[in-house]
Design a protein around this ligand. Sequence first.
Ligand SMILES: O=C(O)CCC(=O)C(=O)O
Length: 315
Amino acid sequence: MDLIFEKEAQETNSLCYDAAFPQLEIECMLDERHLQHQITDEQRNSLNEDGYFIVENALPLDLVERLEERVDNIYQDHLDAGYDPHTKNQLTAHKNFFYPNFLGRDQIFVNILDWYKTFPKVWGILGWNIYSYHSHFIVTPPRPEAVRGKPAPLGWHQDSGRVNIEIESSPRPRLSIKVVYWLSDCSEVGRGNFYVIPGSHLWDKLERPADGSMPENATPVCCKTGDAVFFDRRIWHARSENDSEITRKGLFYGYGYRWLRSKDNMTIPKEMFERNDPIRQQLLGGGTNANGHFSPKDADVPLKVWLEEHGVISK
Ligand SMILES: O=C(O)CCC(=O)C(=O)O
């Protein structure tokens, strides 16, 4: 970060515009606001007991609007091309659109990685040897009229694929969490809500009713636009069908330990990587060498240094 920009960032604590890259908005680095939004006992208890918690109004609506515009543009490009590169299938207006590895598509997505109302809770859960191992956004349009209201079995799962089969311990270890920011209003059931089974993060298996109906205690997570949900990767969760008139949109940020391999291709343009501050670079997968993912030195984990300097953890 150049000195003028750094000084400006410290002075304004707000969005910074770089004169050389006028379209590149770089949100300022960690500051006092982060210290005010650390995880509460109630949130920690909810995560430990239920496997998730909600942070209301995590993002202001003007920021949601700008994020949504970027998501809409990427989605529209794919709709125009009629192709979904993730499923390698045709993309049509009613299909769910899952778009991984989106951070490098726009600086504004990177800005949310260390968002002051949420990121302190991430370090409060996982500690400082972390990065964003996986990110995706999902656009879930309303179902076609012909199938509206028809029950469809949900895709219940725990995150992390083979980890759940190959790791020996029971219950499985947490390893990572996700934070999803809702860009659309999911405050009523039937809007493609995210479903969870509270407490199921400690289960190795899920008993699914044979008729495809909801498992016991399946709970829709109802959130307003701008709310965020933190969830443990182990909680059994699923997307539901959207039988409303509102296209559901969510930005999912996964955080895990730096020794956990990334699930995304992590195609962050070099120039974008270099223009972000060291803590962002850590979150984007930076580090000095491979061993530093397991036995980090301070240069690998500027987040740790910042937390020490601000009295959040002791040296
Ligand atoms: O789209 C949803 O509600 C669920 C997303 C999901 O399953 C995931 O992020 O692992």
